[in-house]
Design a binder for this molecule. Structure first.
Ligand code: PLP
Length: 392
């Protein structure tokens, strides 16, 4: 496939063109879905040659889809371009990306620092899966640099952080954490799922690896599961080597869905951010709401830090707590019409995730619907919840 010819262009142009080009075999203008497990050769020597080229990570070398595929390759070039990375690697899910990245970096006896507030699956990966294999893990508040510094030990090999944490929406200063990690010869790995490379590119601020659940904003339509890793060539090559043996490669069709989703990522992130800010302000003023946490609100504890890094918007994720407790939370979730009660996030459609086990907070992934419709719908649901519970 030809290169996209978008070098030096703006982010919207690159989201559309980077990594793509007319298919050299068919002249197809859209990237084809190469839905094949294996690749066939004219001779034993040609197959041997392809195997060596795949091992050497040469471009356009394919042998077997677990090790590489042209559709996935186009997506890898696009993601690397958007992240400002040497290379990227696409994985079968966000968890596959996280597991592949940390397994390629951490060994038994190593120590790593992770946030107290973290996506549950990632917490289990570190505490249980890695912990039981001899990796030591310390959980700290990663918004507190002194706490991170105090947690670092001589055998600390990695600091891991979510740029905005799930589910409490804490914003960690990636640039300061990269300095801290590097001063101690450790790597900084950032899960940037909540912001996407449109709003924040951690590699520009010193992170060594950036990981996304591409299930969320990158694909954007709630119709696939995938993950990405991006960074310096030697680190991504090492992760690629691990992926081949762990087996977490994506299906070509899922790669294609993410590739197509990224075409509209800049415009979607703008709409998500605008809608979330408007909805957060509305919720902040509402009597039935005890508190709202959205990095774009002045009341957010790390709002000033976030403003220094986020110049294109604050993303679509917010968390709130209603006055009252579980009854109000459930009544609200049951009454919202535009927001489905569902886990996951980053979908064009608004998703509402009530969390009884997290002090009855409600995580909202604000979609791209008309903001007036969202505000009207949330307002009605808040009134219904307050009336049900007898608060108002
Ligand atoms: N990272 C974050 C911040 C998440 O919220 C999630 C899933 O919700 C993941 C990683 C895991 O991604 P996936 O579900 O694609 O495996």
């Amino acid at each position: 496939m030809n290169a996209g010819g978008s070098e030096g262009a703006g982010l919207a142009t690159r989201a559309i063109h980077a990594g793509e080009g007319t298919d050299p075999h068919t002249r197809a203008h859209a990237v084809p879905i190469y839905q094949t497990a294996t690749f066939a050769f004219d001779s034993a020597e040609a197959e041997e040659n392809a195997a060596e080229r795949v091992l050497a990570r040469e471009p356009d070398a394919f042998l077997y889809t677990r090790a590489g595929n042209p559709t996935t390759d186009a997506l890898q070039r696009k993601v690397a371009d958007l992240e400002g990375a040497d290379e990227s690697l696409i994985c079968s899910s966000g968890m596959a990306a996280l597991a592949t990245a940390v397994l390629s970096v951490l060994n038994a006896g190593d120590h790593c620092v992770i946030p107290e507030d973290i996506y549950m699956g990632t917490g289990i990966l570190f505490d249980d899966a890695l912990g039981s294999k001899g990796v030591r893990v310390t959980r700290v508040d990663t918004t507190d640099q002194a706490a991170v510094e105090a947690a670092i030990r001589p055998n600390t090999k990695a600091v891991f952080v979510e740029s905005i944490s799930n589910p409490h929406m804490l914003f960690s200063d990636v640039e300061a954490l990269a300095r801290l990690a590097h001063a101690n010869q450790a790597l900084l790995i950032v899960d940037n799922t909540f912001l996407s490379p449109v709003l924040f590119r951690p590699l520009e601020y010193g992170a060594d690896l950036v990981v996304h659940s591409a299930t969320k904003y990158l694909s954007g339509h709630g119709d696939t599961v995938a993950g990405t890793i991006a960074g310096r060539k030697e680190l991504v090559d090492r992760a690629h080597h691990y992926q081949e043996v762990i087996g977490g490669a994506p299906s070509p069709f899922n790669s294609w869905l993410v590739l197509r989703g990224i075409h509209t990522l800049p415009m979607r992130m703008r709409a998500h951010s605008d809608n979330a800010l408007r909805l957060a302000r509305f919720l902040d003023d509402h009597d039935a709401v005890e508190w709202v946490r959205y990095v774009g609100l002045g009341s957010h504890p790390q709002h000033e830090a976030a403003r220094r890094y986020l110049h294109q918007g604050f993303g679509g994720m917010l968390t709130m707590r209603l006055r009252g407790g579980e009854a109000e939370m459930s009544a609200f979730a049951g009454a919202v019409r535009l927001g489905a009660i569902a886990v996951s996030l980053g979908d064009l459609k608004t998703l509402v995730n009530p969390m009884a086990k997290h002090d009855c907070i409600i995580r909202v992934s604000v979609g791209c619907e008309d903001p007036e419709d969202l505000i009207g719908d949330f307002g009605s649901a808040l009134s219904a919840a307050a009336a049900t519970a007898g608060v108002v």
